[in-house]
Design a protein around this ligand. Structure first.
Ligand SMILES: [Zn+2]
Ligand SMILES: [Zn+2]
Length: 329
């Protein structure tokens, strides 16, 4: 079968002879319809995140149809359209049994430490294949996974209706935080050096961050979504007294931080890693029809042009996605 694979740093190829997946008793095989491109995929392509072997199958934000079920999975699931939850925590360790599956030390991640989903067929444990709500467009379904990240971040930040928040970075994750904040009745503002991304955020109802030294314009909640170390300085600078900064973007490069500012303003800094299974993902699936996260999609590429998709994903505003089939309902 065909698969988009990394063959070396920056080199993405479409293999034609990728091996077919096995199907264990608790698994389903999904015929992939589409895969969203995400910042963590780009880090893998760039060689910033090491993968276990080369060539390496890329991608994790997958949707598709169940074409095979393992012996322990109800046969009635055959033919279901699903969104894949691409993080598989062990479900047995102390973190997992206390509901904090995101920090499971044995978490398997499609496209990161497990072969990715950007191929015609992929095996997924059945409990991580979420039934698509009837009538939900593929565009919205393919954005459910990053939507789960955004919704979990809003919850961890304790963002409330009517509250102002600053979203640093208007990449795909920043856009989803904006639209989720908007839907909550909060007032999202956004800052990003890229004009196209700012315009996309404005279409989703986010205002541009007001410049200037007026402290009354500072923000009780700040989401750092860019992962650019210097962006943390903006986040801290614009965080109001007793404010919360939630970090979603990540970088191994140390960021500069004024502890004076953090202490004087009593700022809370909180890292937010993906979502916890199953509640956070279930919430994203349930709310996709209302929030329509597919509104952030822009560039669309067929599997054959996966290399272009990864190259363009950095430049294009909105989210880039790769389709293996024509999107449908
Ligand atoms: Zn992702
Ligand atoms: Zn675990």
């Amino acid at each position: 079968m065909r698969a988009a694979v990394l063959t070396g740093p920056g080199a993405v190829e479409v293999a034609g002879d990728w091996p077919e997946p096995e199907c264990g008793p608790d698994d389903v095989v999904v015929a992939v319809r589409a895969v969203g491109v995400c910042g963590s995929d780009l880090a893998v392509v760039d060689g910033k995140r090491a993968v276990p072997s080369l060539p390496w199958a890329l991608g994790h934000e997958a949707i598709g149809d169940i074409i095979r079920v393992g012996g322990n999975v109800p046969a009635g699931r055959l033919g279901e359209r699903v969104a894949v939850e691409p993080n598989f925590p062990c479900l047995h360790c102390a973190a997992c049994t206390s509901g904090r599956t995101a920090v499971c030390p044995d978490r398997r991640i499609l496209g990161i430490n497990e072969p990715g989903a950007l191929r015609e067929r992929v095996t997924v444990p059945a409990r991580f294949a979420w039934t698509a709500p009837v009538g939900l467009a593929d565009e919205d379904l393919v954005c459910v996974e990053p939507l789960a990240v955004a919704l979990a971040a809003l919850t961890r930040a304790g963002l409330a209706a009517g509250e102002r928040c600053l979203v640093v970075g208007a990449g795909a994750q920043g856009l989803l935080v904006c639209l989720a904040a908007q839907a909550l009745g909060a007032r999202p503002f956004v800052v990003d050096p890229h004009e196209g991304r700012l315009a996309t955020a404005a279409e989703l109802g986010a205002a541009a961050m007001p410049a200037g030294p007026d402290v009354s314009m500072d923000f009780p909640v700040v989401f750092e979504t860019s992962g650019v170390p210097v962006a943390l300085e903006t986040a801290v600078e614009r965080c109001a007294p007793d404010g919360r900064i939630v970090l979603i973007g990540q970088s191994a490069v140390p960021a500069r931080l004024s502890t004076f500012t953090v202490v004087q303003r009593r700022i809370t800094l909180r890292g937010c890693l993906i979502y916890d299974h199953p509640a956070d993902f279930a919430a994203a699936v349930a709310r996709a029809a209302e929030l329509r996260p597919g509104r952030i999609l822009r560039g669309r590429f067929p599997l054959e042009r996966a290399g272009d998709a990864f190259a363009q994903a950095r430049k294009l505003p909105g989210k880039t996605w790769i389709t293996l089939e024509e999107p449908s309902r």
